[in-house]
Design a binder for this molecule. Sequence first.
Ligand code: GUN
Length: 318
Amino acid sequence: MNAQSSNVKVSNAQSSNVPSDAPYMKAQRTEGGALLLDGKAVAARVRAQVAQRAASFAERHGRRPGLAVIQVGEDPASSVYVRNKRKASFEAGIESFAHDLPAASSEGQILALVHALNHDERVDGILVQLPLPKGVNADRVMDAVDPAKDVDGFHPANTGLLAQKRPRLRPCTPFGVIRLAQEYGIGLTGLRATVVGASNIVGRPMALELLLARATVTVCHTGTRDLRAEVERAEVLVAAVGKAGFIPGEWVRPGTAVFDVGINRTSDGRLVGDVEFAAAAARAAWITPVPGGLGPMTIAMLLSNTVDAAYLRAGTAA
Ligand code: GUN
């Protein structure tokens, strides 16, 4: 059963960052029958809008919006993400400030850099790539970022604002899920949404975003007694576990919208999500691919947050 008989209604719900005259994305059908939520295509649309807003900012303020990306050490996966973030910033007309620190850097050295960037007027966004080396307290580092420059949306002040339904800078991956749904006209109000994974980066802020979108939200974690039963009830499923094929496709309720945040490398070198794609696509109404789903959306929303931060700091409308 796919989109035709889905619980997931296509609606006219739009948010302030989606221009009200924007047409919905046209969806391609997967082999299984579900419609594909093409993160790469939506990310390109978001990035084009970011580039326009960045150019207007530069015209008005005599400088481009600025994003500082800090990487400590040389974790190979982090290096790929950081390179992609810096390249995407440049292409969107955002000034990129690269700070690569040695793996042996002390917490004090990292904090000193964050404090310097907090006071650097050219810098609108600060991103500290996680994970940080062992021995560095990541919470202390993230808490040191000026909330007005917290383009990851990880600072407790920004998490708190999202929890109180007055979002400011919003965590990029959950924000990307919401934007993807909006761009395909998928209304979330009233749907039973299940989030699998309760991390600070994805699962928890995802639950807050879905609540803000007026879904009825369940969060599953290692303490959940009957994961299968929770997944089977979901009309919207967000998987953010980080384990290849962790959710069998046969658990997916017919007609569900599936957002797979996992990006896992298999022993034979392929990239796969947390949900068994082929079996899930035979049941779902909508599904994100891996790669090409939330990965590109996360980067696009980071750029969007950076331009939002620039305008917010300048006190002018976007
Ligand atoms: N590491 C994995 N994902 C992320 C992210 O979204 N932001 C940061 N800063 N680090 C990460």
